[in-house]
Design a protein around this ligand. Sequence first.
Ligand SMILES: Cc1cc2nc3c(=O)[nH]c(=O)nc-3n(C[C@H](O)[C@H](O)[C@H](O)COP(=O)(O)OP(=O)(O)OC[C@H]3O[C@@H](n4cnc5c(N)ncnc54)[C@H](O)[C@@H]3O)c2cc1C
Length: 428
Amino acid sequence: MGVRQSDGDPDGAQDLEAFRRRARSWLAEHAPSREGLGPGAGAEGAQGASYDVSVFHDLSFDDEKALIERVAGWHRQKIDAGFGALDWPREDGGVGLGPEFVEAFAAEETRFAVPPAHELVSVTVHLIAPTIGLVGTPEQRDRLLRTFLRAERLCCQLFSEPGAGSDLAALGTRAVRDGDGWVVNGQKVWSSGAQFAAWGMVLVRTDPDVPKHAGITAFLLPLDTPGVTVRPLRQMSGGTSFNEVFLDDVRIPDSLRLGAVGAGWKVALTTLGFEREATGGHSGVGGGWRQLAPLACALGRFDDPLVRQKLADVYISERLAEVASLREAAGRASGRPGGPEGSLRKLHWVRSLALASVAAEAVLGARLVADTGEWGTFAWTAHILGAPGYRIAGGSDEIQRTIIAERLLGLPSEERVDRNRPWREIPR
Ligand SMILES: Cc1cc2nc3c(=O)[nH]c(=O)nc-3n(C[C@H](O)[C@H](O)[C@H](O)COP(=O)(O)OP(=O)(O)OC[C@H]3O[C@@H](n4cnc5c(N)ncnc54)[C@H](O)[C@@H]3O)c2cc1C
């Protein structure tokens, strides 16, 4: 059984337009409309209200925990009402509809002031849950699939290491077999949300004597296991979205192995495939046209031709992303699998974030430099300082371009000199 594949609307009861109307009326009952909050503004964009265009949160531990609970709570509310997990099979707790219903609901949701996205909830629901759906054992599916799909427990991604980011397959965290389990030693880094997660999906090296891609195994790891230390990292935008995670003699039972021993690279590619599918869609982070246009009006900057040009760049980029996303949704609805096009979408999304930074600078000028308390001004530093992070997260711009070059344009592939050497022999 595949995960996240439509059951094809078995009752024939779900007409897209009727669904849209139902979604709109449910949303109207459960969330305030953005329209009521000011011209073109979101909840955060209404003059006098708090204003958040941050790409990464800069909150205290307790405030971020409360935010995550709010985001996960809204997610569960949608599932319980039949508007979440729309494209998941019914037997896994989904609705069994096609991606066009997901797009339709997301489009309706943008008209309402709903809780923002949170990376840890997105990773759990959109990356880890479907990976378990595809490669998990029946026991793992029973124990964790619905829990993660409903964001009742949260799971972070423990992939990157200080010496293995773009070249993830070079990772060196070691796992050694010990009876009915494994003993793990090593360090992970940039683990988003690990300080709030109950679980981690971890990639480890189980065989150093085969080429790097062949000796990796994936596990699900409860983060309260003795030997796991999570240390938040402070980033330039202020918050601590990600962490270092140290693993010292951590024991993982073999029953938490995800996929076969040595098949961890394939499992990782499954998760990364979902990541590429998810990134740049309705990510709900940072600011854009919706906040910039009313801000430029409020500050009397909308008629400046240079400002208008920058705003137009943002508007065009966002509309192009919408068109591309509709084209992809149509492709998926007609059975075309997602693929390297996800890299194009991610690059485009990151570019839109950068264009919004440029436009914010043009609109705000010196107002960006100091926090004067003026509505909607200094807050943009959180967008400008955060946006570059997504040039790196989930595969850097350069790596996305390599994927596009090799897999979409058919250009010759990059030289990979260590491909067939045992991992142990690769200089590092
Ligand atoms: C906001 C954020 C959240 C993250 N969340 C997580 C998470 O939850 N879990 C997790 O495991 N990791 C996470 N990461 C880590 C992320 O996946 C890595 O940072 C990323 O893969 C790049 O790896 P690196 O940082 O080691 O940089 P490197 O791989 O060292 O790259 C450094 C520079 O060299 C360039 N480069 C490297 N190789 C090539 C090449 N072959 N060709 C051309 N250029 C190249 C890169 O593009 C980059 O500009 C996160 C990162 C960020 C920024």
